[in-house]
Design a protein around this ligand. Structure first.
Ligand code: AMP
Ligand code: MG
Length: 326
């Protein structure tokens, strides 16, 4: 594995590597992606191997320009063009009928493909220079925390990836919002970096996948996603202060009031406040960093409080739920 910078020369090397069928971890505004040429079946197979990812979990195909999406997907579905116009480049992934040329490995054999134009300038430049759409799942082993810094990728994938482009910290910090437009009724499959409320401005009353009421067969809804290696318990907002943890424990709080009352209890070895001012955007940006830190520190127990279920709070709650002990 070789670390690359964001110099023009290194971006060219990253793009050449992708064209040559190698794996390149690239920064995006959401999390680091493990990029490969979406047309190249061998490269796609290497992505699954590097991630130890079950092949039934399809990949998101990234394009440099919104217009490039029509190379991989059919954007004639209702709302698709409007959403692309309004939210691309950005943290929205649309699931649409795939073009025939897209290999089954990228879609797990589904007739649909997930496509996105990321907002990160480095990602777009690498994709543009490579001249191909880039399939990129999050650059972590399957079931582990998503990487929000190049160091996370180095630690988690190391030599299983050929190059890692260090573009600094990912500003959004949670994965993209996945919206399925391939059926008559649009459905948010995964809350993420684009708030559902903004999608609802285009698709009034858009449905959000709900474990309790929707079929569990939607891809990517495996309950063990994003697991830290320590047990993580989820409590309602403000609930951490009332917990009596066992052993050396850490708490993830939301807001300085919650963090202060947890501190007063004196039971925590470490308290991380995801956002002292209770801004869910800041909490999303800090979440995986915080989980990586707590995971590495080897606490006996992790406790986290939920955020109010609005805006990016939904995405944070979804990741906390998936990371938690059920
Ligand atoms: P990741 O690449 O790790 O951010 O995860 C990609 C996620 O996108 C998958 O886990 C699925 O939830 C979703 N996805 C990708 N392709 C499809 C598809 N064709 N149909 C439904 N969901 C998809
Ligand atoms: Mg992932």
């Amino acid at each position: 594995m070789e670390l690359l910078s964001t110099s023009a020369r290194d971006l060219d090397r990253a793009a050449e590597a992708i064209r040559a069928g190698l794996l390149v971890a690239i920064p995006t505004e959401t999390v680091y992606g493990l990029g490969a040429d979406a047309w190249n079946r061998v490269a796609l197979a290497r992505v699954f191997e590097a991630k130890r990812r079950p092949s039934f979990d399809p990949l998101i195909v990234h394009v440099a320009e919104p217009a490039g999406a029509s190379e991989v997907a059919d954007l004639s579905a209702r709302y698709a063009a409007t959403l692309a116009e309004r939210f691309w480049p950005g943290p929205l992934t649309m699931v649409l009928p795939k073009r025939e040329r897209v290999p089954d490995l990228a879609t797990s054999g589904l007739p649909t493909v997930a496509v996105r134009c990321p907002a990160n300038a480095v990602a777009r430049e690498i994709i543009r220079r490579s001249g191909v759409p880039v399939a990129a799942p999050s650059a972590n082993p399957f079931g582990y925390l998503s990487p929000t810094r190049a160091e996370h990728v180095v630690a988690q994938l190391g030599d299983r990836v050929d190059f890692i482009v260090d573009g600094g910290r990912c500003p959004v910090g949670v994965e993209s919002t996945v919206l399925d437009l391939s059926t008559d009724e649009p459905l948010v499959l995964r809350p993420g970096g684009l708030p559902v409320e903004l999608i609802a401005e285009v698709i009034p009353g858009v449905r959000v996948y709900d474990r309790a009421t929707t079929s569990p067969s939607a891809p990517g809804q495996l309950p063990s996603h994003y697991a830290p290696s320590r047990p993580l318990y989820l409590v309602p907002h403000g609930g951490v202060a009332g917990i009596e943890p066992r052993g050396r424990a850490a708490a993830l709080c939301f807001g300085s009031d919650a963090a202060k009352s947890a501190e007063r209890g004196g039971r925590w070895s470490r308290i991380i406040d995801l956002s002292p001012s209770m801004d869910p955007v800041e909490a999303a940006a800090t979440l995986f960093d915080a989980l990586h830190e707590l995971d590495a520190a080897g606490f006996d127990e992790l406790w986290a409080e939920r955020l109010p279920d609005e805006g990016l709070g939904r995405a944070v709650n979804d990741r906390l739920y998936k990371a938690s002990v059920k």
